[in-house]
Unconditional design. Structure first.
Length: 281
């Protein structure tokens, strides 16, 4: 990937220098390791994993990478195994296992999404309704991630050893999958500022709370407008001011059905129930 295509401004730098986004990902990853106590080790035995993860995180901002990953992504185990059962191409099997493992790692760690709806968005579709109740648990998805990286590691050994360092990284990812998802989960909240998606129920209650507050504010505004309109009409007794008062009263009654007011009676110093009291007497 061409790092120069993805840039960010480092606000912690007084010079506000522009740097490749890979630098941001790597710095956030290293800080997350320190924050969680899962450091790379004094001997630097995980520096290769740090490089891999930083590039992987950056890749998810690249539409070209996501488009290229589509043909190898599968949501369910049986889809992966069905496809691989008809192939003897070790390179294809390696690519499928590695790509799906990478997406599982990011889905769980960065997006806190073990159901992998991320795959549905990349494929441009949605999860079938009948599958909704059969979504894998987070524990099962974690197991899939470990297994896929292990298979990717094994198939990478069968391929040309032009990149032996990558084979070692895949082995480390398989063994430490849980650890790396924890580091990415910390990075998600502290450095990417991603928050968990609100459920439909939470959104409903939030909207109701906001609507109640808005209605309360609108009611106060209408009450103030009504008092102003009534005071102005009592002073002028003009037809336009009476019409304005009527409109304000109608708007106030629409928001508060219990509101009742007779401006003429009040202006005359009578309570609306005075006539009934006189008749009863």
């Amino acid at each position: 990937m061409d790092n120069s295509r993805f840039l960010f401004t480092d606000l912690t730098d007084e010079a506000r220098s522009v740097k490749p986004s890979y630098y941001f990902m790597m710095r956030s990853l290293l800080h997350s390791r320190v924050d969680t106590g899962m450091v790379s080790g004094e001997e630097g035995e995980e520096e290769d994993v740090n490089v891999y993860l930083a590039h992987l995180l950056q890749s998810f901002s690249d539409p070209v990478y996501l488009e290229g990953a589509k043909p190898f992504l599968h949501r369910y185990d049986h889809e992966v195994f069905d496809r691989l059962s008809h192939s003897t191409d070790a390179r294809l099997k390696y690519k499928i296992y590695k790509t799906n493992a990478d997406f599982l790692l990011v889905s769980i760690g960065v997006f806190d999404n073990p159901s992998q709806t991320l795959l549905g968005r990349i494929h441009g579709g949605s999860v079938p309704a009948h599958r909704g109740t059969f979504e894998p648990t987070e524990e099962a998805t974690m197991g899939r991630g470990r297994t896929y990286y292990r298979f990717a590691y094994q198939y990478s050994q069968l391929l040309s050893q032009r990149r032996p360092a990558l084979t070692e990284v895949l082995e480390k990812l398989a063994k430490g999958f849980d650890r790396y998802t924890a580091i990415l989960a910390h990075l998600r909240g502290e450095y990417l500022d991603l928050v968990n998606q609100l459920s439909q129920g939470e959104i409903y209650h939030l909207e109701r709370s906001v609507n109640r507050e808005q209605a309360r504010e609108t009611l106060h505004e209408l009450q103030d407008a009504f008092l102003d309109a009534y005071a102005e009409w009592r002073r002028s007794r003009s037809a336009p001011d009476r019409e304005r008062l009527g409109r304000t009263m109608a708007a106030l009654r629409e928001l508060d059905p219990e509101f009742h007011f007779d401006p003429e009676a009040q202006a005359a110093g009578l309570h609306p129930d005075d006539d009934e009291d006189d008749e009863d007497a």
